[in-house]
Design a protein around this ligand. Structure first.
Ligand code: KE4
Length: 426
């Protein structure tokens, strides 16, 4: 039986780890079946414990944009390890990666490193509240900004996958300060500002949503958000944990030409190691301890191994001028070719794509917001997922996720993927 060793390992893991996993979406609960345990990854491929390999469209949920185990990143990390693992002191390395990001991302003068996207978004909200003296925030149904309490209100990603977008354990006191708007519906934002005058510290948004599947902002939506935040002295936070250094070196701000006040990062800036960050103009960032009074800290923030992996990854991307064009072309080819095959099979579907972020939704309707994402045919997605998995193609195990394309995915991997889709029967 395939996945035999993964099944045994999953049984054992559940004796010690809740649900057998350290992050819920990995448990395959929404797609069903046994999560595949991986033991190695190289280039475009994952290698499981049963000796099977897979073309990887998760890439660790975004970080591995260069493909797995890039030789230059590996070499630089090995050399860094020989200098020690963690000092808990300032290092020049932290300034180097901070300078690279500040010099290439619009509207940021300062950046603070943390250990995850959750920490980055949680800290950015606290900073916005400290800077404005206000309590309320606006988030969008289906957007996911990590698992801190303020965000687990109609959240996307794993929270949506398990149908518990509002998590138990989040107090009423916290939830009341999180106001919910609908993605691509500026009226819903306008009403919240009207009903909460001078109370909104920040609006936080995924500028291109990736946690309810990929959803692209419609014309003027982000521009209108920028305008209403400026008019109300509220902080506009772009959660670029996923889009940062994926949609372009300057991220969504540069690609979509919208100025945010604070930007959060994660994933790619760590090159596969635990790193998050938040950044913005001096006027706001100077409120952060020890310069200002908004507190935020972390034992392993700026860890030299993670900084080295991130710096090498970003440096390789910066040097590889045509990387984003290549990623966009690969994603476009996958979009058009897979869609052609599905249409020939009369399988109703829609595709949302921007740059190297893409999602296929099954069903007739277009998907422009969380409600419409929830109405997609997720049971058909689950069937599609398992069919591809058996054919050696590893998609994110949920219809509420975007695919993550890496630079290692070339013609051979595209052909393998298309051959697998050809064999799909509903
Ligand atoms: P982390 O705390 O998981 O590093 O980052 C949270 C986060 C914040 N903002 C955005 C836009 C994100 O996509 C994420 C995390 N993304 C999910 C994948 N959709 C992580 C996968 C998981 O939860 O295991």
């Amino acid at each position: 039986m395939i996945y035999q060793r993964s099944s045994a390992l999953f049984q054992d893991a559940q004796n010690y780890i809740p649900g057998g996993v350290n992050s819920p979406v990995r448990a395959f609960k929404s797609v069903g079946g046994v999560p595949v345990f991986m033991k190695k990854a190289l280039g475009a491929y994952l290698y499981d414990e049963d000796g099977r390999n897979y073309v990887d469209y998760i890439n660790s949920w975004g970080p591995m944009i260069l493909g797995h185990t890039h030789p230059k990143v590996l070499e630089s990390v090995k050399l860094q390890l020989e200098k020690g693992f963690s000092f808990g002191t300032p290092t020049e390395l932290e300034t180097e990666i901070a300078r690279l990001i500040v010099e290439n991302v619009p509207n940021v003068d300062k950046i603070r490193m943390v250990n995850s996207g959750t920490e980055a978004c949680m800290s950015a909200i606290r900073l916005a509240r400290g800077f404005t003296g206000r309590d309320k925030i606006i988030k969008f149904e289906g957007c996911y900004h990590g698992h801190s309490d303020s965000f687990l209100i109609k959240a996307g990603s794993g929270a949506a996958t398990f149908g518990n977008p509002n998590s138990p354990g989040v107090t009423q006191g916290t939830a009341q300060d999180t106001l919910l708007a609908r993605y691509n519906d500026f009226e819903s934002v306008k009403n919240l500002f009207k009903n909460n005058p001078d109370e909104i510290a920040a609006v936080i948004i995924e500028p291109v949503a990736g946690n309810m599947g990929c959803i692209v902002p419609e014309e003027n939506f982000l521009e209108d958000l920028r305008k209403i935040c400026t008019e109300n002295n509220s902080v506009l936070i772009f959660d670029e944990v996923m889009t940062g250094f994926r949609l372009g070196f300057g991220g969504a701000q540069e690609r979509l030409k919208i100025d945010a006040d604070l930007v959060t990062f994660g994933k790619i800036i760590g090159g596969g190691f635990p790193v998050g960050a938040f950044a913005g103009r001096n006027e706001i960032m100077s409120q952060l301890a020890p310069e200002g009074s908004v507190y935020q800290a972390g034992t392993l923030s700026g860890n030299p191994i993670a900084m080295r992996a991130g710096l090498t990854t970003l440096s390789i991307i910066k040097e590889q001028k045509d990387l984003y064009r290549k990623l966009d072309v690969t994603t476009k080819v996958l979009h058009e070719q897979i869609s052609t095959i599905l249409s020939k099979k009369s399988i109703p579907h829609s595709v949302n794509r921007l740059g190297s972020m893409i999602s296929f939704f099954f069903g007739e309707q277009k998907v422009r917001n969380f409600d419409e994402a929830q109405k997609a045919d997720h049971s058909l997605f689950n069937k599609f997922f398992h069919h591809l998995l058996k054919e050696g193609i590893y998609l994110p195990p949920s219809g509420y996720e975007t695919w993550f394309i890496s630079d290692s995915i070339g013609n051979e991997e595209i052909e393998k993927t298309l051959d697998a889709v050809e064999k799909f029967e509903i």
